[in-house]
Write a protein that binds this ligand. Structure first.
Ligand code: CP
Ligand code: NVA
Length: 303
């Protein structure tokens, strides 16, 4: 049984496909009397050390719809903000809660909560990974295409971000092609590029045109992720050639779908023209965060 979602690697190919089937069912039956309530009688903590709109709202709504109770916490206002250790916090929270969803900086803090407590832990974004978003995005791709066979996704921009890492990881598990176009300074780590064992399915190029060729989906993310604000000026300058604009879109297939985890910084990594084009599926992605997270919680914390 899968107990935690820390990176996404907890799900192998079959488990991921089962998760997508469950997501589709949960989405279909959202307001039906058959809707499942695996969290009835359970309390789930949702802890934020960084800002959020989608994750904050979709987890609270999702926990409510699954019959559970959400305890939303601002990390800075807890004793963790004053130095209480992750180890002690994990032990204490496990006495009250069956699940902990956490958005923070260090991946090791999320892993520490899982290691030292008994509650199921869900990574709601760290500096290194954003598995809820990446799994929701693959579900969105599956919905649009009907199958993941032969799918190619191109990614433009910060190739060392939590989104790029997580998309590479889930792409490897699902077996789709993931082509990252990023400058040397923000290239993906070798450990990420090695995921696909030299099959060429996870690749890096400096040339956006090369990544875009034959892509069914184009993905981008902010140039300045939360926690990297001090590097903003340098990032804007170096990443400018990777802006997803009308010119780049014209290099891709006519029916390519444009994806973004949001929030978008319009005029920076993506232009209005592309965000608002008929190719854009960014709001379907945002909606699917709710459905995939409900399926994740139902998988980790079954009735
Ligand atoms: N995509 C995403 O995680 O959005 P929020 O930062 O608004 O939660
Ligand atoms: N890479 C972005 C994702 C936001 C959902 C960040 O970490 O700020």
């Amino acid at each position: 049984m899968i107990r935690h979602l820390l990176t996404g690697e907890e799900f192998d190919h079959d488990a991921m496909m089962r998760l997508f089937d469950l997501t589709a069912k949960i989405k279909r039956e959202r307001f039906s009397p058959n809707a499942i309530k695996p969290l009835a009688g359970k309390s789930i903590g949702v802890i934020f050390a960084k800002s959020s709109t989608r994750t904050r709202v979709s987890f609270e709504v999702g926990i409510h719809e699954l019959g559970g109770h959400a305890v939303i916490l601002d990390m800075g206002k807890t004793q963790m903000g004053r130095g209480e250790t992750i180890h002690d916090t994990a032990k204490v929270l496990s006495r009250y809660l069956q699940g902990i969803v956490i958005r923070t900086y260090k991946q090791s803090d999320v892993e520490g909560l899982a290691e030292h407590g008994t509650a199921s832990v869900i990574n709601a974004l760290t500096d290194d990974y954003h598995p809820c978003q990446a799994l929701g995005d693959l579900f969105t791709i599956l919905e649009k295409k009907g199958s993941l066979d032969g799918v190619k996704m191109a990614y433009l921009g910060d190739g060392a971000s939590n989104m790029s890492n997580s998309l590479a990881l889930v792409s490897k598990i699902a077996g789709i092609e993931f082509a990252i176009a990023a400058p040397e300074e923000f290239r993906p780590a070798d450990s990420i590029l090695n995921y696909a064992n030299g099959s060429g399915k996870i690749s890096w190029t400096k040339d956006p045109k090369e990544a875009l060729e034959g892509a069914d989906f184009i993905y981008t993310d902010v140039w300045v992720s939360m926690g990297f604000e001090e590097e903003a000026k340098e990032r804007m300058r170096i990443l400018q050639p990777y802006q997803l604009n009308g010119k780049q879109l014209a290099l891709a297939k006519k029916d390519v779908s444009v994806m973004h985890c949001l929030p978008a910084h319009r005029g920076e990594e993506i232009t209005d023209e592309v965000m608002d084009s008929p190719n854009s599926i960014v709001f379907d992605e945002a909606e699917n965060r709710l459905h995939i997270q409900k399926a994740i919680m139902a998988t980790l914390m079954p009735e």
